[in-house]
Design a protein around this ligand. Structure first.
Ligand code: C2O
Ligand code: CU
Ligand code: CU
Length: 462
């Protein structure tokens, strides 16, 4: 199949080969220099059917960007769509000028224009990239890609400690049987859990089986690039371990029972694969039931290392530890408003269903940037007290920082770092972080329809 052919760059590793995600073609000038064109393109998602999507270099699964912790990356983004766009690097603690939010940090990239993104990722792990404009459509039709930052050289861990490393993009597409799109957003769903897609895919394939080396540790990088859904992952009848959450390694590997990732969230899971010919079944939970989601099939492959008994654990990312005693508290309440404002300035009906601290997102233009939800002092520690006063789940994301989830009124929390926290209905959580990255950082729900209908704002760190 054409869309699954691989680019033969020297940097191509088992990473791409085992998981059917093409690596992005590397430019001549350096190992981490890329060019991406945003294009309308046909994808074959349902076998034998064409879906008129939008793709990075016209491909789905999108080309994966590989970077290395502490090494500069250059990505030239060329907009060949017929609408403006920007690209955001989700989870990367980046300079504000490169964060890819229209008006807040850069001008939109107009059709035919290009923009050079340059940054040096301080953290290793599984990240992703996506536009931050017209997101229901641009993300919904396929502009979602993975950005994997390999760990910097260190004496304790090498990416090769895993015999295979599989990037896995999870997305439910809104498709009719003939491959055409169903509506990506329906207001009555936008006002509830969001409009779910019906065609479940992992790297663009429904219930795929992927081959992995037998008797070896493999790292599965699950990324929820869906606009709406939560995936609850479980490995059937086999030990598996959570290694990292949203790019951040846990202090030690945690046995996986099941783990939920909301839109935008990632989890890296380690498995020791069975003997050649055997399969591992990975399931997704819906309600109380679990269903077949994808499989791994072990095959004999020469291994560089004999797999040990302990899970290979990458080192922690260099994050500042918030000072909880001195931290200043800020309170945020997420609510359902259910109002339909009569018309926006263009005279079009506009929905505002959700609010943060009683404000729905006011929209933004070059002349009109709304007030921040909070002004934070550079270098200070903060505790954000988040209250979900709605009967729906919200994956709440903040740009520019990683935060530590420290408390919940619904479950016992072993503190962990993340960039997106999934709030259960009526849950109240506390997160803490050091405001160490100056800029105006988006703060929003990653259910794209929620964000578009109010659940969005920004914080200012100065
Ligand atoms: Cu994936 Cu504003 O973020
Ligand atoms: Cu982000
Ligand atoms: Cu939400």
């Amino acid at each position: 199949m054409k869309r699954r052919t691989f680019l033969s760059a020297s940097l191509l590793s088992t990473l791409a080969l085992t998981a059917c995600v093409p690596s992005l073609k590397v430019k001549q000038r350096g190992p981490y220099e890329y060019e991406i064109r945003l294009q309308a393109a046909n994808f074959e998602l349902i076998p034998g059917r064409q879906t008129p999507g939008l793709g990075f270099n016209g491909e789905y699964p999108s080309p994966m960007i590989r970077a290395k912790q502490g090494q500069p990356v250059i990505i030239d983004v060329i907009n060949e769509l017929d609408e403006p766009t920007t690209i955001h690097w989700h989870g990367i603690r980046i300079d504000i000028a490169m964060d890819g939010v229209p008006f807040l940090s850069q001008k939109p990239i107009m059709p035919g224009e290009h923009f050079r993104y340059e940054f040096t990722p301080p953290d290793a792990g599984t990240f992703w990239y996506h536009p931050h404009m017209n997101s229901v459509v641009q993300l919904g039709k396929g502009l979602v890609g993975l950005l994997v930052v390999e760990e910097a050289d260190n004496p304790h861990f090498s990416p090769d400690d895993y015999a295979a490393d599989l990037p896995l993009m999870l997305k439910n597409w809104h498709l009719n049987e003939d491959g055409s799109f169903k509506p990506l957003s329906i207001p009555r769903y936008a006002a509830r859990m969001g409009t779910p897609g019906n065609y479940e895919t992992v790297n663009g394939m429904n219930r795929p089986t992927m081959t992995v080396p037998a008797n070896a540790w493999v790292r599965l990088r699950f990324a929820n690039v869906d606009n709406t859904l939560v995936y609850t992952l479980r490995v059937k009848d086999r030990p598996a371990y959570i290694v990292s959450i949203d790019a951040n390694p846990l202090p030690e590997a945690k046995p996986l029972k099941h783990h939920s990732i909301g839109a935008g969230m990632r989890v890296d899971i380690a498995i020791k694969t069975p003997a050649a010919g055997e399969e591992v079944v990975i399931e997704n939970g819906k309600g109380r039931l679990f269903f077949d989601f994808m499989r791994l099939r072990s095959e004999d492959r020469p291994l560089k290392k004999i797999a040990g008994s302990t899970v290979p654990m990458p080192p922690a990312n260099p994050l500042s530890e918030p000072d909880l005693d001195k931290a200043e508290k800020q309170f945020f309440v997420f609510e359902w408003e259910g109002a339909v404002t009569p018309a926006d300035r263009a005279g079009k009906g506009k929905h505002a269903f959700w609010t943060i601290n009683r404000r729905a997102w006011e929209g933004m233009s070059p002349e009109n940037i709304p007030e921040p939800l909070a002004k934070l002092e550079l270098g200070k520690s903060y505790i954000f007290d988040l209250k979900n006063n709605t009967p729906h789940r919200h994956p709440i994301h903040i740009h520019g920082v990683m935060f530590k989830v420290i408390k919940s009124n619904k479950k016992k929390i072993e503190p962990f770092y993340t960039d997106t926290v999934l709030m259960e209905k009526n849950e109240r959580v506390q997160i803490a972080f050091v405001a160490d990255n100056p800029g105006r950082w988006m703060y929003h729900c990653h259910v794209i329809e929620h964000m578009k209908t109010g659940l969005m704002g920004y914080i200012e760190i100065a």
